[in-house]
Ligand binder design. Structure first.
Ligand code: GAR
Length: 194
């Protein structure tokens, strides 16, 4: 059983889908910590309801990224966390955490990377009048959504799509894809691209 921490900034629907799979014993993981950077995020209520330990912080209360990542790292190491699963965490992982967890950080992003990286990937795809977008699960490196791709699934964009309708279809894919990829990855003894 691998100990993981989930990093999230907002609603936490992906957190929920991972926790559901974990509860059904479909994943060989134990979520030992939720790391969150917004005190009002709904994901906090989800974690509280499940009794998951939380470290929530306000980045503005720290001098810089290094300062708050050092505190996050202390929590991760104290809980014996082995892998980091980013699920709607809207910050770049900095060197402090990367150095310790390189090759053991996984992210989900709502586009077919390298298309539409960064914030508002769904709005970017609509603005570009793209015919398809999708979901990418990938390893995290120091770039913005640039690490090696683990899995991708496409989602068609219709002419009458709004941000809301497209997001809904993308998230249906996310909630199925992320737990199933984590299931596959954690069946192996070592989840590490080196
Ligand atoms: C998800 O769609 C995830 O792919 C995206 O944030 C959303 C979080 O939703 N992540 C990114 O855009 C990362 N660059 P959730 O809080 O309901 O899981």
């Amino acid at each position: 059983m691998k100990k993981i921490a989930i990093f999230a900034s907002g609603n936490g629907s992906n957190f929920h889908s991972i926790m559901e799979a974990e509860a059904k014993k479909e994943l060989k993981i134990k979520t030992s910590l939720l790391v969150c950077d917004h005190h009002e995020a709904y994901v906090l209520q989800r974690a509280q309801g499940l009794g998951i330990p939380i470290f929530c912080f306000n980045p503005r209360e720290y001098e810089d990224k290094k300062a708050y990542e050092e505190v996050i790292l202390e929590h991760l190491l104290a809980e014996g966390v082995e892998y980091l699963i980013l699920a709607g965490y809207m910050r770049l992982i900095g060197q402090t955490i990367l150095r310790e967890y390189e090759g053991r950080i996984i992210n989900i992003h709502p586009s077919l990377l390298p298309a539409f990286p960064g914030k508002d990937a769904i709005g970017q795809a609509l603005d570009a009048k793209a015919k398809e977008t999708g979901v990418t699960v990938h390893y995290v490196d120091e770039g913005m959504d640039t690490g090696p791709v683990i899995a991708q699934e496409s989602v068609r964009i219709y002419e009458n799509d709004t941000e809301e309708s497209l997001k809904k279809r993308i998230q249906i894919v996310e909630h199925r894809l992320y737990p199933s990829i984590l299931k596959e990855l954690f069946q192996q003894e070592h989840v590490n691209i080196g």
